[in-house]
Write a protein that binds this ligand. Structure first.
Ligand SMILES: Nc1nc2c(ncn2[C@@H]2O[C@H](COP(=O)(O)OP(=O)(O)OP(=O)(O)O)[C@@H](O)[C@H]2O)c(=O)[nH]1
Ligand SMILES: [Zn+2]
Ligand SMILES: [Zn+2]
Length: 252
């Protein structure tokens, strides 16, 4: 269920009220208020679970990333390449979220680390409660890196804290340089933006400087790393960022 966009809610059928004339309008106002309340309840409940997860991750030295993007920006590809670079030196586990298939978890397992797929059905985001259960089911080891790949969607996942240390938004250059302005909530919620598929820059109209300016406009603190997951350009910058964060965590 998604109380944010109503995507998983049962269909509301108001057809039977149409003969009430302006009373119908009155009904709608109540319905709007009710939906706003449902949404607030849902989010505050999610935040409580997220704080429980965060406390658990801290106790167990688990460094958690929540990867968000539109469908196909390259999250799974990035994770597979990241695993190749780090798996000899770090314990890694992955939770995969998407609506239907097991494809992404299969790709992660093939790279040699444990992965659990959560199928969200009609909902378009992961929530903190589901992550808590997945962490238990996957038996995530202490002092490890846990990467969570969220459902491909630049809207709803921005509102649902999972208890992660960092929300990482992946934007690829085939999507258009205006995306930070069009989906400001997501770019505001993220603290790192990976600008992926830069190997395709010669073939698309994408102004990197403009995109960075838009990203900073909605989130002055956002850190940006342009890279290519498939060709490896600048990939070391991301790997170094991860290693740095994993060592800071160990020292803490
Ligand atoms: N040229 C190029 N293609 C890439 C790059 N990274 C990923 N791709 C391609 O982009 C497509 C989608 O990649 P995925 O990793 O499946 O994207 P995703 O974000 O996990 O997709 P969903 O889980 O469906 O949201 C695949 O065909 C990848 O090979 C890149 O850096 N350069
Ligand atoms: Zn939704
Ligand atoms: Zn994926």
């Amino acid at each position: 269920m998604c109380g944010i966009c109503g995507c998983g809610q049962p269909e509301q059928n108001h057809a039977q009220h149409s003969h009430h004339g302006h009373e119908h309008h009155h009904h709608d106002e109540h319905e709007t208020e009710r939906l706003v309340r449902v949404e607030q309840d849902l989010l505050s409940k999610n935040n409580r679970y997220a704080e429980q997860n965060r406390a658990y991750f801290q106790r167990h030295g688990i460094f958690v990333l929540n990867l968000v993007s539109s469908p196909g920006a390259g999250k799974t590809t990035l994770l597979v390449e990241t695993i190749k670079a780090l798996k000899n030196d770090y314990r890694i586990a992955v939770i995969e979220g998407d609506q239907q298939t097991e494809h992404d978890a299969d790709r992660i397992r093939a790279s040699g680390v444990p992965a659990l797929q959560i199928n969200t059905g009609r909902a378009c985001h992961l929530d903190a409660h589901g992550i808590g259960h997945a962490v238990k089911a996957l038996n995530v080891e202490d002092n490890s890196l846990l990467a969570i790949e969220n459902v491909g969607n630049l809207v709803c996942p921005s509102s649902f804290d999972l208890g992660e240390a960092h929300k990482v938004v992946v934007l690829s250059v085939t999507e258009g340089d205006d995306k930070p302005l069009k989906y400001p909530d997501m770019f505001h919620a993220a603290d790192l933006m990976l600008l992926n598929k830069i190997d395709l820059l010669p073939y698309v109209d994408f102004d990197v400087e403009r995109c960075l300016a838009y990203a900073k406009q909605v989130n002055p603190d956002i850190q940006v790393m342009p890279l290519s997951a498939t060709r490896g350009e600048n990939f070391a910058v991301w790997i170094d960022w991860l290693k740095h964060n994993l060592s800071v965590k160990d020292a803490a």
